[in-house]
Design a protein around this ligand. Structure first.
Ligand SMILES: *Cc1c(COP(=O)(O)O)cnc(C)c1O
Length: 424
């Protein structure tokens, strides 16, 4: 019977007099009528507030937005305008950020398998630093130096051997990991020795990222402790503690704010005697709850004694997280945001497989009907960025709304876009 917790909605969301939803001063139903569904609506004030909070907490130059959570030209510019650096993890992400006008000196380059071309691009552009992930990458950096390229600043990614409670696909700090140089087996120290002596690069610091959607602050304090123990004797100027702060997706979940997370990390570092600059790379916590996705209900099938299926006009192509991680979401009707939700239904997409589920057991108002707009909140992270063209669906547009105005920052794909790379 529960109502939608309004805390899951973007910051400027308001329930209007008739009970319907507005975000950024824009009526959601009007946006859907104008731009169609499915539709990603981002609250620009919310995005800016989270960026500012990160910069205020960690200091200018120490808050790096992890672009893989959500990247387009407008988002790259917004994060940069608000004082964040940007973390890019492929040549493509680097390209989008640079083309958006973000100076290379404000970018850091990530990836566990950067190609020679991607590394060359990062060095030629002049990124702030490259986070080195393997001995093979060190070989490639040597080769690029031999080509005559300048020496890049580098940071060594360390796997501290910490198992955190999150989905196994997004836990990255444990010993059994494809990421980084392992602390426990001596690889980390071996890599540091080589990087320090190398004429091909300038070692600036060490890095760890323990995983994503981590809720317990104690995990971050533990990572800081393990990393401080390793980093302090090295006496390097930078310590990067990654991203990973969890966000509340469904009723009953509670997450720390960026400020609270920062206090845990910075207090732990201070208590441990860390004197290097501490920086972080939040992605999800910047963008996740800034957005909702709006769909249209297309079919409703009641299977007596089994369940009711409600199909919308998107699905795993605009939000693969439920399929990938079994992630939960809430669902609600933008026309009556605070309505009781006594009905239980499986919310599914329009793709040709049974796994195409958005919400396994959605609570919805009893009067939900075909043609209704239906929304899922907290879809700003790893939704659009992981979207696909499965079944040749065109990917939805992205709107930024603010002060009563909406702007399209990513247009809806067209059928022509679907054959743009096809060679006849
Ligand atoms: C994914 C990732 C992040 C961001 O993680 P969030 O959970 O979105 O905050 C930061 N740093 C690295 C190296 C990552 O791989």
């Amino acid at each position: 019977m529960s109502r939608l917790p309004l805390s899951l909605l973007p910051e400027t969301a308001t329930v209007q007099q008739d009970g319907s939803l507005a975000i950024g001063g824009c009526d959601v139903a009007e946006l859907a009528a104008e731009f169609g569904t499915p539709l990603f609506i981002y609250d620009e004030a919310h995005l800016r507030a989270r960026c500012r909070e990160a910069v205020a907490t960690f200091g200018l130059g120490n808050a790096v937005y992890a672009t893989k959570a959500f990247l387009c030209t407008a988002m790259a510019r917004l994060a940069y305008d608000e004082g964040m650096l940007l973390d890019v993890a492929s040549g493509g992400e680097l390209f989008v950020a640079r083309r958006a006008g973000v100076p290379a000196g404000s970018l850091v380059m990530h990836g566990n398998n950067k190609s020679l071309d991607e590394l060359r691009m990062a060095i030629v552009e002049g990124v702030r630093h490259i986070v080195v992930d393997s001995f093979d990458e060190l070989d490639r950096l040597d080769a690029l130096h031999a080509e005559g390229l300048p020496r890049p600043n580098v940071v060594a990614r360390i796997t501290p051997g910490l198992h955190v409670h999150t989905h196994e696909f997004i836990a990255t700090g444990q010993d059994d990991s494809k990421f980084g140089f392992n602390l426990g087996n001596g690889s980390a120290m071996k890599a540091i020795d080589r990087m320090r002596r190398s004429p091909s690069m300038v070692l600036r610091g060490v890095h760890c990222h323990i995983g994503s959607n981590v809720f317990e602050a104690a995990n971050f304090a533990k990572a800081a402790e393990l990393m401080a123990g390793f980093a302090i004797p090295l006496d390097l100027p930078e310590l990067v503690l990654g991203g990973g702060l969890g966000v509340a997706y469904v009723e009953g979940e509670e997450a720390s704010t960026i400020t609270q997370w920062g206090n845990v990390l910075l207090d732990a570092c201070a208590a441990l005697g860390v004197t290097s600059t501490v920086s972080v790379e939040p992605g999800r916590s910047i963008v996740a709850s800034a957005a909702i996705t709006v769909y249209t209900v297309g079919t409703m099938k009641e299977l007596p004694g089994i369940r009711t299926y409600i199909s919308v006009d998107g699905g795993m192509s605009d939000n693969p997280r439920p399929v990938l991680y079994g992630s939960g979401y809430e669902a609600f009707l933008p026309r009556e945001v605070v309505a009781e939700r006594p009905m239980s239904a499986r919310l599914v997409g329009k793709h040709c497989e049974s796994g195409d589920v958005l919400v396994l057991d959605a609570a919805l108002p009893a009067d939900v009907k075909v043609g209704d707009l239906l929304a899922t909140p907290v879809t700003g992270a790893y939704g659009h960025s992981m979207a696909s063209n499965y079944n040749k669906l065109t990917r939805p547009p992205v709107l930024f709304v603010r002060d009563g105005a909406a702007r399209v920052v990513v247009r809806r794909e067209t059928y022509e876009d679907l054959v743009q790379c096809d060679v006849e």
